[in-house]
Design a protein around this ligand. Structure first.
Ligand SMILES: Cc1cc2nc3c(=O)[nH]c(=O)nc-3n(C[C@H](O)[C@H](O)[C@H](O)COP(=O)(O)OP(=O)(O)OC[C@H]3O[C@@H](n4cnc5c(N)ncnc54)[C@H](O)[C@@H]3O)c2cc1C
Length: 354
């Protein structure tokens, strides 16, 4: 069986981002790479969004970029400018095509459907296949979104709605997320933070229909794309395995309070590329411990105070836009952390720590 210097298990966001990063920085000129990916064809399956707090390799896959977003509870709306760190959305279909086209040019890179097709005994393995156990008390962000097309111009495509809490909460945390790509096309997503097994929250299509017709007043529209997913808001069991480096969601790249993962994956890929020659001996790349610490407290508060979380999320944006965005994108300094902490209801947070 054939041997490779490197093996990437899972050719999804993290696996392909890493392969691309290694390829464009010439790390695969004299090294071989096998990518293990079971899917038969790549097509658009996800929409990845984030504040662009640092440059990344996929500017040409950006479907839309916004300089303003809004957040609202049933009683209040806030409009927030983010010109210096625009909110960007990447189309996964374009992302996959761009990377696959580039990787195909290098004969040192081969794709396989199953790890058993190759000899992995002497390879360095990067594994993005999740090993999350679904404990009934763990929190997940789960969601369903549809990209709709209206008959007439409807959306203000300069403004995305990050969180709209003016919806049925069912004693959990629920908001709608709307990304208007142009005046007629938008992704409208119903998003929950809760345990994953709660079937009472999974009437996603009905929730979206209601929101479109009763809240947005859209009666006629075409659905062009649907995405459904869930992001674990807890760490996988083991971040380190013998002879294996975990990457992507499996490698702890998700920010626990928000589910944002895409840019962390890009940062992890850069770290691996910088250290590839000595990767077995360097420290494991992690999201800073302070964020895990603060996020776990935040999620404890969330578990006990679900109906009030809309107001608490809203309070994060009482800080300056730069502070809120840096904090949510793991780029905040100490004084920005403090600014956010001081906005939070102190008693609830103290109770969550004790
Ligand atoms: C629908 C959706 C939308 C999201 N939106 C955002 C967002 O807006 N912003 C953000 O920051 N994050 C977002 N996330 C979170 C995160 O960015 C994505 O989940 C991202 O795809 C994680 O990358 P990954 O490589 O870890 O996992 P994946 O992209 O899921 O890749 C894993 C790959 O492993 C393959 N695989 C599965 N089993 C095996 C096996 N046994 N052997 C080999 N390969 C296998 C799969 O086919 C897949 O290609 C979203 C997640 C989902 C599900």
């Amino acid at each position: 069986m054939k041997e490779f210097d490197y093996i990437i298990i899972g050719g999804g966001c993290a696996g392909l981002s890493l392969a691309y990063e290694l390829e464009i920085y010439d790390k695969l000129k004299d090294k071989t790479l096998a990518i293990i990916e079971p899917r038969d064809e790549y097509k658009r399956d996800k929409t990845w969004s984030f504040w662009k707090v640092f440059p990344h390799n996929f500017e040409d896959c950006v479907k839309k970029s916004w300089n303003t977003f809004s957040v609202n509870t049933p009683n209040e709306t806030k409009y927030i400018e983010c010109k210096s760190t625009p909110y960007q959305t990447i189309d996964s279909g374009i992302f996959y095509q761009k990377i696959l086209t580039k990787l195909k040019l290098n004969k040192n890179i081969q794709f396989f459907k199953n790890i058993n097709e190759i000899d992995k005994s002497n390879s360095i393995i990067f594994n993005s296949v999740s090993n999350f156990e679904n404990n009934q008390h763990d929190l997940w962000q789960h969601f369903c979104g549809v990209e709709i097309e209206t008959e007439k111009d409807f959306f203000d495509d300069e403004l995305l709605n990050l969180m709209d809490f003016a919806c049925d909460q069912r004693n959990r945390v629920h908001f709608f997320y709307t990304l208007p790509f142009d005046k007629k096309n938008a992704l409208v997503e119903t998003t929950w933070i809760s345990e994953l097994n709660n079937q009472n929250l999974k009437d996603y299509d009905e929730q979206i229909d209601n929101y479109l017709s009763k809240h947005l007043n859209i009666r006629n529209c075409k659905v062009n794309f649907r995405e459904i997913g869930s992001i674990p808001l807890f760490r996988p069991n083991k971040l380190k395995k013998t002879n294996e480096i975990l990457i992507g969601s499996a490698g702890g790249m998700t920010r626990l309070s928000t589910g944002y993962t895409f840019l962390n994956i890009q940062e992890h890929s850069k770290y691996i590329r910088d250290n590839i020659e000595n990767i077995k001996n360097v420290d494991l790349f992690k999201i800073k411990t302070k964020y895990d610490f603060l996020d776990k407290i935040f999620l404890n508060v969330l578990k006990k105070n679900s109906p009030e979380m809309g107001k608490i999320f809203y309070k994060i944006f009482d800080s300056s836009p730069e502070t809120a965005i840096n904090f949510l994108s793991n780029k905040s300094n100490f004084s920005q952390d403090l600014e956010i902490i001081l906005k939070m209801p102190k008693w609830k947070f103290l109770k969550a720590i004790i």
